[in-house]
Design a protein around this ligand. Structure first.
Ligand SMILES: NC(=O)c1ccc[n+]([C@@H]2O[C@H](COP(=O)([O-])OP(=O)(O)OC[C@H]3O[C@@H](n4cnc5c(N)ncnc54)[C@H](OP(=O)(O)O)[C@@H]3O)[C@@H](O)[C@H]2O)c1
Length: 266
């Protein structure tokens, strides 16, 4: 794989870098970072043994540039790389920034918009990807090789789907932690110690996902396996249904999708 640069070594930039190094998708001598915060740059150099620069000169020799800065910083980055980005693959993970927006600055680059999620930190992420029409199959393979180093990858044909990915799996870890936290509180509410409730809930999630991974059964069937007639589980599920929890979850994801489109720039 040719040289890669990551611009912005914050939470996500570092997660992606660690993923690429740990999975051996990239050798550390073939990757560089660009980061303006000196403490983060020093941290990456010392801990990951990767060269980090505070200017954009070093990008001249790379094939692929991953942009991992916050949306408010994207324009300054595009402005700085526009002269050297020609024909390079530009992978943006910046939420809401469209391919057209990036194209206004980088007319002749191969632009890829994607949305990873925080489990990328432990090489267990999932990334939705949309490639501009000019990105060819060989370049798509390069993109896949990079992104699959920290989890699964799904390519989408419509850019609008990336806003849906943002609402579902991009924000998804927050929903999962919200539900885990609520269950722990419920355990405390019925009289368990917080420590025991935490252990019980955490392992229940881990075990349920392991079960799901080992079967072709739909989640609704796995749910039915726990739900005996007139038993305890159906009494709990009845409350979820009465309170409209499923509808609430659908509304919440729709709200996130709408917000992602609202925030979008392009
Ligand atoms: N967190 C998530 O769950 C998640 C999931 C998917 C996608 N994303 C996207 O990932 C992107 C990064 O998020 P994050 O949480 O990793 O942000 P972050 O922790 O703030 O990291 C961004 C880093 O880029 C640096 N930076 C800003 N402008 C720069 C420039 N011109 N040159 C070099 N470095 C620059 C920032 O430095 P300063 O702090 O000094 O500004 C910061 O260290 C966002 O656009 C977000 O939408 C996040």
């Amino acid at each position: 794989m040719k040289n890669i640069a990551i611009v912005g070594l914050g939470n996500m930039g570092q997660a992606l870098l660690k993923g690429m190094l740990n999975s051996k998708a990239v050798d550390r001598k073939n990757v560089i970072g660009i980061e303006k915060d000196k403490s983060k740059a020093d941290f990456v150099t010392e801990n990951l043994n990767v060269k980090v620069f505070d200017n954009f000169e070093a990008l001249k020799n790379v094939q692929t540039i991953i942009i991992a800065v916050k949306p408010q910083n994207i324009e300054e980055v595009l402005e700085k790389i526009k002269k050297i980005a020609e024909k390079k693959i530009i992978i943006s993970i910046v939420a809401g920034i469209t391919v057209n927006f990036i194209k206004k600055y980088l007319k002749n680059s191969k632009i890829v918009r994607c949305m990873p999620n925080t489990p990328a930190l432990v090489l267990n992420g999932i990334t939705g990807v949309y490639c501009d029409i000019v990105v060819n199959d060989e370049e798509k393979e390069i993109v896949k090789g990079i992104l699959s180093s920290f989890g699964e990858v799904i390519f989408f044909e419509n850019e609008d789907d990336i806003d849906k990915v943002t609402a579902l799996s991009g924000s998804g870890p927050a929903y999962v932690f919200y539900f885990i936290d609520a269950l722990i509180e419920a355990g405390v509410f019925i009289g368990l110690s917080r420590e025991n409730a935490h252990q019980l809930v955490k392992k229940t999630f881990e075990g349920s996902l392991a079960l799901l991974a080992q079967t072709s059964k739909e989640p609704s069937l796995l749910k039915a396996m726990v739900t005996s007639p007139a038993g305890t589980t159906i009494n709990a599920l009845k409350i979820f249904e009465k309170e409209g929890l499923k509808g609430t979850i659908m509304d919440a994801v729709m709200a996130a999708y709408k917000r992602s489109k609202e925030l979008g720039r392009g």
